[in-house]
Write a protein of this length. Structure first.
Length: 231
């Protein structure tokens, strides 16, 4: 994976307020750390950073040039996103050197087509590997071509590029192949699903009714008077 050059500025404001102001300015709050050095707080241009991650993935290598003269290589170690806005909230960047070995999680893509009438379960969509910091693959591939029901694709079956070593247990299941249910099997389970749905709706109805009985009188309404017993 080729490195992406990106500029950065030192960040002097911290905390939630400082991070919000950094994001409003079109930048992503980030921290550089590693190699026993003191963490360095920086701000990255949000648009350039997002474009690099979209193209190279979460393991994109960055050549960072800070405005104070600092020049470093770094890999994203943790990325926080806003799930609604789909923007980057904060990034932890790990300092690396050329020739240095790093262990990272890499996405696994399934290739080919399994046998007819099968279902594929992707058990693990990433695997941990060790590679040169400047040669981390953006993805790995595992073939399911012609796989029959009962087949399990393990980490040992994944194709590894030259210089990349598997750090995950070789027996880790990456994908499982099962037989697709027949039309008869689906029809047989339909009554059970309908019955379970009806029971769930009935329970919700009972809980709603119980809640209504015990609810306090609404504002402006008089609570029912309690019957008094004479001594």
């Amino acid at each position: 994976m080729s490195e992406v050059k990106i500029s950065a500025e030192p960040r002097t404001e911290f905390g939630k307020g400082g991070a919000r102001r950094t994001r409003r300015a079109g930048k992503v709050p980030a921290v550089l750390y590693g190699h026993g050095e003191k963490p360095k707080h920086i701000a990255l241009p949000a648009r350039e950073f997002a474009a690099a991650i979209r193209k190279g993935g979460a393991n994109q290598l960055f050549a960072i040039e800070v405005s104070d003269g600092t020049q470093v290589l770094a890999l994203p170690k943790a990325i926080q996103r806003d799930p609604i806005k789909d923007t980057f909230e904060h990034v932890d960047l790990l300092l690396v050197r050329r020739g240095e070995k790093v262990t990272v999680e890499v996405p696994v893509q399934l290739t080919g087509e399994a046998a007819k009438d099968t279902l594929i379960v992707h058990d693990h969509d990433t695997l941990s590997v060790t590679a040169d910091a400047t040669k981390v693959p953006d993805h790995l591939e595992a073939s399911i071509e012609g796989a029959e029901p009962g087949t399990t694709i393990t980490a040992a079956d994944v194709e590894l590029p030259a210089g990349v070593e598997l750090a995950t247990d070789e027996e880790t299941a990456v994908a499982s192949v099962t037989a697709a249910p027949t039309a008869e099997q689906l029809e047989a389970t339909l009554p059970e699903v309908e019955e379970a749905t009806e029971e769930a709706e009935a329970e919700v109805g009972e809980e709603t009714a119980e809640g209504a009985e015990g609810a306090p009188a609404a504002v402006g309404e008089e609570a029912p008077a309690e019957a008094k017993t004479e001594a």
